[in-house]
Each structure stands twice: as C-alpha cells, then as structure tokens.
Design a protein around this ligand. Structure first.
Ligand SMILES: Cc1cc2nc3c(=O)[nH]c(=O)nc-3n(C[C@H](O)[C@H](O)[C@H](O)COP(=O)(O)OP(=O)(O)OC[C@H]3O[C@@H](n4cnc5c(N)ncnc54)[C@H](O)[C@@H]3O)c2cc1C
Length: 389
C-alpha cells in the first residue's frame, strides 16, 4: 500500500474526530493559515487519516504498557512514510523536507510516541552515537574499534539508543584512532546477530514510551571490513552531515504535539461548565486559548519556512536549530497550559494531556539539547562577527 495522492480528496480544514476518554476530539489545523498548496494539503490529509485510524486509538495504551508497536511501524514502511525524502527506486516517496516535516507533525499529532526515521518498516534501524560518558560532547565517545585481520573488533557501550531493542541494523560510531580525537571516529553498520553484540533491557522512560530505548553492549564484537560506512576516520563528517536536517524534520514532532494539546483543550473548555457557563468563556481561559493558538501558528510558520528553504537548497544551521529550539519550548508550554485547561482531569492519566507533556519534553534533550541548540545559534553569529571581535 503506497501513498496515492490522486485518490485523496482535499479538504482545507481538517476535522477528523475520534473518541478519547469519552470526548469528541477534532483538529483546528487550518491549511490556509499554514500556507499549504492543494497537493501538500492532500498529502497531509492522507497521513492524518492513516494516523488517526491506526495510531491515535492506541496512543494511550502504548504509553501505559511501554510497548513498541511493530505492526504499525511496518504499515508506516508500506506507505513509504519512513523514507519520505528517499528515491522511489529505494522504496521512498521521493519528496522534500517540507513533506517530511509535515509527515512527522501528523504522526506526532496522533501519537507523539513514535520517532520514525528509517526507510522501511520491515527493518527497524538505530543510530548510535551517545554513550554513558558522552552525550552533548559526543565526539568524546570511547567505544573502540581495533583493526584486525579482515575487519574490526569493537569494545564498549552506547546508551539511550532509540529502537535499540528491536533494531536489526544499526549505524554505530566508534573510535578507530583514539589519539586523533574527533578525527579518529568511524561509522559502522552493525547487524544485530553479529557475535559479541547485545542489548540491555529497555529503559523505562518519562515519555515517548512507544519508542524503545536501550543500552548497546559490544564485547569483542568482530565485524567485517565491509561494515565501514563512508571512510575510516571520517565518521564525524557522516555524523554531522545529517544533523541540520534531522533537527528540522524533528521539529514536526513538537508541532504535532502542540496541535493535539490545543485541539483537546479547546474542545474541553467549551464542554466543561462551571458557574453555569463553559469555562472557556472566562477571560482568563480565553487568554490561555489565545496564547496556545498563536504559539502553534508562530512555531509552524517558522518551521515550515525553514523546511521550504531547505527544499530550495538553502540549509541554514542556525535556522534548523532555531526551528526545533523554538517549537520545543512552545510545545512544552502549550502542553502545560492544555493540562491546566482540564483542571483536575489534566492531571489524570485517563486524559491525554500528561502524555503530551511527557512526549513534548523529549524534544528538549533528544537529538541534542536546547542548550546545545542555543549554543549553535550563538556560535553562528559569533562566527559572522568574528572579524569585529
Ligand atoms: C529518549 C532518548 C532517546 C535518545 N535516542 C538517541 C539515539 O537514538 N542515538 C543517540 O546517539 N543518542 C540518543 N539519545 C541521547 C541524546 O542525544 C543525549 O541524551 C543528548 O545529546 C544529551 O546528552 P546527555 O544526556 O549526556 O546530557 P549531557 O551532555 O550530560 O548534558 C547535561 C546538561 O548539561 C547541558 N550542557 C552540556 N554541555 C553544555 C554546553 N557546552 N553548554 C551548555 N550546556 C551544556 C545540557 O544541555 C544538559 O542540560 C537519546 C536520549 C533520550 C533521552
């Protein structure tokens, strides 16, 4: 089942509805304000229909049971959604980063608990850089790969690795020339059945509980020379090459979570009555709704503008970092305000607001922290003004 654009009817205001905790739940996403073309709106609608049908009804259960939904992952792969920017000859959709960000947003709106980033749902992959002792300073990693006859021997650990427990193929970074620091790192492709490779039990996370995370262990893990990805000692180039676009595409996550938080809260405050009237008609609550609504739209405008620029070949490091920095902070705020709109029910796990806050919080550390993003943006400006210093 591949995504078929022509078969999907375009509606300007998307209003899929479903029941969650006994309440009707619709989206206020407005394709006109978002600036979507007809084709982009069709693409978004197709994903929205799939995500609301397949993911949304299971989001609470996945969060509660901390279970990775392998069947859904496969369906995402069949639709080509795990390879939006990949050429159709490799099973992808051959679209741009704007579409990729839209897909991420819609999947996250249905359930923040997924971080789709591989081309096919048949094989689940992982990207392993971080270690217990090296997170933000990732090039200080200590996993070693020593050259041996016909291949390499790996010893050490990786930590917090998304999809680690279920991945069949992993891209793993290791030191091949430790004395050369960041210039002695190589990227390797590891298959899960390589001897000497194992995974520890999955981590019990605060949020994103449908996406499994664990530690990887390498004990005299012997791998062939063909496992080298790119060139020996040039791993930092591979590592850095995708980071800007990764930050951009991940920004769709906070957007989707914000929209989901807002949609739920705005409906709730118009149903819930106190003092004889819907709580949403009290001015203090109107203020919350207005702030949430404008934060979503401002974030979306920035993220979409950066995505469109990237598709035109203008990949700006400061703006890719800015897109995820800004949308993440706003998503956490919107989820907090959404929780407050529900009063006591916001604090009850039968309602989705707590999950949305917990899922939004991941974006403040996953794929680099907010502090590192601020540092990157600041550093770009320092670089620009260097000659004046
Ligand atoms: C759910 C989850 C999934 C993840 N998935 C993956 C994955 O698939 N693959 C992978 O490789 N990694 C993954 N990570 C790891 C993630 O990239 C790191 O957690 C992140 O880069 C931060 O590293 P750290 O946790 O070691 O924090 P630290 O680097 O120890 O930072 C601690 C605090 O100090 C701040 N800090 C650090 N350095 C500076 C500085 N120079 N200036 C200002 N502040 C600073 C940080 O911002 C943070 O607030 C995942 C993490 C989580 C939580």
């Amino acid at each position: 089942m591949t995504f078929a654009r022509s078969a999907i009817r375009c509606t300007r205001l998307v209003r899929p509805s479903f029941l969650s905790s006994g309440r009707r739940y619709a989206s206020t996403y407005n394709a006109d304000i978002a600036g979507l073309s007809e084709e982009q709106a069709e693409f978004r609608n197709a994903i929205s229909e799939f995500a609301q049908r397949e993911l949304a009804p299971r989001a609470a259960e996945i969060d509660r049971t901390n279970t990775f939904p392998v069947d859904v992952w496969e369906k995402l792969g069949h639709m080509g959604l795990l390879g939006v920017t990949v050429s159709p000859s490799y099973g992808g959709l051959g679209l741009g980063y704007f579409h990729h960000t839209l897909a991420m947003e819609e999947l996250s709106r249905a359930s923040g608990s997924y971080l789709p980033d591989l081309i096919s749902g048949k094989k689940v992959g992982s990207l392993a850089m971080s270690e217990p002792g090296s997170g933000s300073d990732v090039v200080s990693m200590s996993l070693r790969a020593d050259k041996m006859n016909g291949g390499w021997r790996l010893n050490g650990n990786k930590f917090w690795i998304t999809n680690g427990p279920s991945a069949s193929t992993l891209v793993v970074y290791a030191k091949t020339a430790p004395e050369r620091g960041s210039k002695g790192i190589t990227a390797f492709i590891i298959e899960k059945d390589f001897s000497g490779f194992s995974t520890h039990q999955k981590l019990d996370k605060f949020g994103m509980r449908g996406s499994d995370t664990c530690e990887l262990v390498f004990e005299n893990c012997e791998i062939p020379d063909e496992s080298v990805l790119g060139q020996v000692n040039k791993g930092v180039g591979v590592l850095m090459s995708g980071l800007d676009l990764e930050r951009l595409v991940l920004s769709g996550g906070p957007l989707g979570l914000m929209q989901a938080s807002f949609d739920y809260a705005v409906e709730y405050v118009h149903q819930r009555k106190q003092f004889g009237q819907p709580v949403g008609t009290f001015q203090l609550m109107q203020g919350k709704i207005a702030d949430m609504y404008t934060k979503i739209n401002a974030s979306r405008s920035y993220v979409y503008a950066v995505a469109k620029a990237c598709d035109k070949g203008h990949v700006s490091r400061r703006d890719c970092a800015g897109a995820i920095l800004y949308s993440t902070d706003r998503a956490i705020e919107v989820a907090m305000e959404g929780m407050q709109c529900l009063g006591g029910n916001g604090y009850i796990n039968e309602y989705p607001m707590g999950r949305m806050l917990r899922d939004a919080r991941l974006y403040a550390v996953g794929a680099g922290t907010q502090e590192i993003r601020r540092m990157l943006i600041g550093r770009e400006f320092n670089e620009e003004f260097k000659s004046d210093l």
